[in-house]
Design a protein around this ligand. Structure first.
Ligand code: CDP
Length: 794
């Protein structure tokens, strides 16, 4: 007998087809709206039509009188139960149902619970709310004005609209770097609001059983255990009496991390009515009220030596969080991991000043396919780098190469204090330049310019921190960030694996089984993976910020190794030799001096239940909690070429090349899918996704006719390449990949358009880089800002 063939059993490196797709493409997925419980009622939310107003009265009498209506919840009723406000994941409070004021358009004002969703919706229309309008704030400069109304007048010690002031880095060292600079380059931009827009909106089915006192909540959440803790705190229910189940959820992208008022209201309604209560958000509800991303104003300065060396960086960020500071971030860092900017460059000194403010907009700042603001950080970084190269009159690729951290400099401490782990940045750039035909394109661009054609090439290179924790530095509301896996190998050698992560389409059911196959030689098809049920899964922090592979994936490897250690003892017993004489090859233990004599992992599993050594506990199962020593640092190089039509401002993508280094790839096909999806979102952010606000705080872009999702038709093709630098501290050498392309991609497209406009005097056009913005820039030679309020034509 010899070792099993890892690729044949679907181990690491196999482009194994996604097992979850079996049910998805047959229409057999079990999404939240598929859940129907006996006696279930339906909840609808009445939302505020105005962005800032005092509530004088709410009259629910007509709604209550409608046939089929079982309950109408208002803020006053919530307040009577101490539930009008709830804590957020960022140490703030958020209104569940408004009592005193509404603070953004779309805020939850009342809930109707009825026999069917149509009655509930009609009854919402019968609720009469007397609003007294207040001045509306839709951007930070309005928010910081001396005469600005205080949005959060519900909070003690909140005299203005500032949420936090935070700084990090070495201010004096950075000042010194600027004093020595030959050239100082500056950039100012706004990363606009965008919305994660998962295909399935948010929702919950709450089912409180009075007889057992147990609350079961089916919920579209990316982090079931965190939600269970939050429900225990908010509803003051004992944690062991709460079961949160996250079924198949149709995408999350960060939208399904926060706790939403609809979850809380459906739970209270189920407790009061002793019936299951379902709440499913409609598309507009999702777009106007849940988890916005970005919305941040960025100013930067770079101190440069004439030869191209970066000496220092200053960053100034002003984040618009909307009416409540409710997105999740590691407690220590107010502006998430914004200070991971410039981590791939060797920069002696850097300083970041961050401020967050309230505005009359829905809560924002969630990490949309992003590790706590790294998308904004990397966009800022790569826009700044391109501007600096232009200001120096240097080639943008060469400028990057000069300043990259070199391969043998790892582990490398960044100017902001992170420790990057490994990488081959120069090689990734070379692969990308070679693939796009960089030198040829530059010649083509020059030739085209002579004929009045505007070609541009945009590069975006970045390393980003994926996989929070470690628990020393990363926690959310004091809950340490680590993750878990539990593996049960049955008597027949088949296995059940559960983790604290929660897949939303990333393919964990496929890839986690591949890690078990890699570690134990059990075929991946013999391993079933379950996630998302707090009654069965080990405690974990969930899936967001591409943390699953770095943390839960590592836990899968570690628990497999615990299983292997026990199986080794069993093998020694079966082979009647001492453990020291046992050797391992994939799927099999054998006698060192006689490799022909061996036992398979399946035979060991059988013996664990039928023929274990004296004194050994029966069974073959274990659990691992993995606390990573560091974040993983994948690297990416994205290059786009474009042609801009000078007559109209329309720009077309010519080619897109992506070079990703996410360490060892578990499933190359899934990794490529993640990259293509991320680039598609990046292209949409750069080009078409526009959700903004007018001066009255009306949300513009609250449906898919206005807020455009990219389809295959308009999305360009992507040419993918890889470099592999194994992660030195991850048990299988893997780094995260899920969000890299969405994080790094936007700057490649915007840089390409700005490169095409080089020489016009325009330094920045805010995203989305609409043709009319490009046209305006070409006409005026000035930057174009996209910040709200927008003027809406009648
Ligand atoms: O946390 P999330 O699942 O969103 O992101 P991820 O950990 O980067 O993983 C996304 C998908 O890519 C998962 O199915 C991973 O197992 C897979 N992956 C991989 O096959 N190889 C890697 N080096 C990284 C991720």
């Amino acid at each position: 007998m010899t070792a099993v063939d890892e690729i044949k059993i679907g181990g690491m490196g196999a482009s194994r087809r996604r097992v979850e797709d079996n049910r998805f493409i047959r229409g057999k997925g079990n999404y939240l709206d598929d859940i129907v419980l006996p006696g279930m009622l339906h909840m609808e939310i009445l939302r505020s039509p105005v962005a800032h107003a005092r509530i004088n009265s709410i009259d629910i009498s007509k709604a209550m009188a409608m046939p089929g209506v079982r309950l109408v919840l208002t803020g006053e009723m919530m307040a009577a139960r101490n539930l009008a406000w709830m804590p957020t994941l960022s140490y703030d409070t958020q209104a569940v149902l408004a009592t005193d004021k509404v603070r953004f358009q779309g805020q939850e004002v009342a809930c109707v619970i009825a026999d069917d969703p149509y009655i509930a919706k009609d009854a919402c229309q019968a609720i009469v709310v007397d609003y007294e309008p207040l001045p509306v704030i839709v951007n930070p400069s309005q928010s910081l004005a001396d005469d600005a109304p205080v949005i959060r007048d519900d909070k003690e010690n909140q005299p203005n609209n500032v949420i936090y002031d935070w700084e990090v880095g070495d201010k004096d060292g950075t000042d010194r770097a600027f004093a020595e600079a030959d050239v100082v380059s500056e950039i100012e931009l706004h990363y606009p609001r965008s919305h994660p827009s998962p295909i399935e909106c948010c929702g919950s089915v709450a089912d409180f059983n009075r007889a057992t006192s147990k609350l079961t909540v089916y919920m579209t959440t990316q982090a079931p255990h965190i939600i269970r803790a939050a429900v225990a705190l908010v509803a003051e229910l004992p944690e062991h009496m709460i079961r949160v189940v996250s079924p198949d959820i149709g995408g999350g992208f960060g939208n399904k991390v926060p706790v939403y008022p609809g979850y809380v209201a459906s739970i209270l309604a189920s407790i009061l009515l002793e019936r299951p209560v379902k709440w499913i958000e409609d598309r507009t509800g999702n777009l106007i009220s849940t988890g916005f991303a970005r919305d941040i104003y960025l100013k930067g300065q770079m101190a440069l030596r004439r030869d191209g060396k970066i000496l220092g960086v200053r960053m100034n960020t002003l984040a618009d969080h909307g009416a409540f500071f409710s997105d999740a971030q590691p407690s220590k860092f107010k502006i998430g991991l914004m200070h991971s900017a410039f981590a791939c460059y060797d920069i002696p000194a850097a300083h970041l000043v961050a401020r967050g403010v309230y505005t009359n907009k829905a809560p924002g700042g969630v990490a949309y396919r992003c590790s706590f603001r790294v998308t904004e950080a990397m966009f800022f970084q790569e826009r700044m780098v391109q501007s600096a190269a232009d200001d120096l009159g240097m080639d943008q690729a060469e400028f990057r190469r000069i300043n990259f951290v070199k391969d043998d400099d790892f582990p490398k401490r960044t100017a902001f204090g992170f420790l990057t782990d490994s990488g081959q940045y120069g090689k990734c750039l070379d692969v990308g330049l070679e693939a796009i035909g960089y030198q040829d394109f530059l010649k083509e661009k020059e030739e085209a310019a002579k004929r009045g054609r505007l070609l541009g090439i945009g590069i975006s290179t970045m390393t980003e921190p994926l996989g929070a924790g470690n628990s020393r530095e990363y926690d959310i509301l004091g809950i340490k960030m680590f993750d878990s896996a539990e593996l049960r190998v049955h008597m027949t050698g088949k296995a059940l694996l559960r983790t604290g992560a929660k897949t939303q389409g990333q393919g964990h059911e496929t890839t986690w089984a591949q890690i078990v196959a890699h570690e134990l030689g059990i075929p991946a098809e013999d391993v079933v993976v379950e996630e998302g049920d707090t009654d069965t899964a080990p405690f974990g922090m969930g899936t967001y910020a591409s943390r699953s592979t770095p943390v839960a994936g590592a836990a899968v490897a570690m628990v497999s190794r615990k299983i292997k250690a026990k199986a080794r003892k069993i093998a020694a017993h079966l082979l009647e030799i001492s453990e020291e004489d046992v050797e391992w090859e994939l799927g099999r233990f054998y006698v060192r001096s006689n490799p022909e004599r061996g036992v398979t992992i399946q035979e060991c599993a059988a013996a664990a239940y039928s023929n274990m050594p004296d004194g050994m506990e029966p069974g073959l199962e274990n659990v691992s909690y993995y606390d990573p020593p560091n974040l993983t640092w994948p690297f990416a190089c994205y290059i786009a070429t474009v042609e801009v039509d000078p007559e109209t401002g329309v720009w077309d993508v010519l080619r897109v090349v992506a070079v990703d280094d996410c360490g060892v790839r578990i499933n190359p096909m899934i990794v490529e899918g993640q990259i293509m999806g991320g680039l598609t979102e990046a292209y949409a952010m750069a080009n078409m996704q526009f959700i903004t606000f007018d001066a009255e705080g009306n949300c513009i872009g609250a449906n898919f006719t206005d807020y455009l999702l990219p389809t295959a038709w308009e999305t360009p093709g992507f040419e993918l390449h890889e470099v592999v630098t194994p992660c030195p501290h991850h048990p299988i050498g893997a780094k995260g990949i899920g969000e890299c392309a969405a994080v790094g991609g936007p700057a490649a497209f915007v840089n390409a358009v700005m490169d095409a406009l080089k020489g016009t005097g325009v330094r920045n056009i805010d995203m989305p880089v609409f043709p009319d913005r490009v046209y305006q820039a070409l006409q005026t030679g000035e930057d174009v800002s996209g910040a709200p309020p927008v003027r809406v034509e009648a």
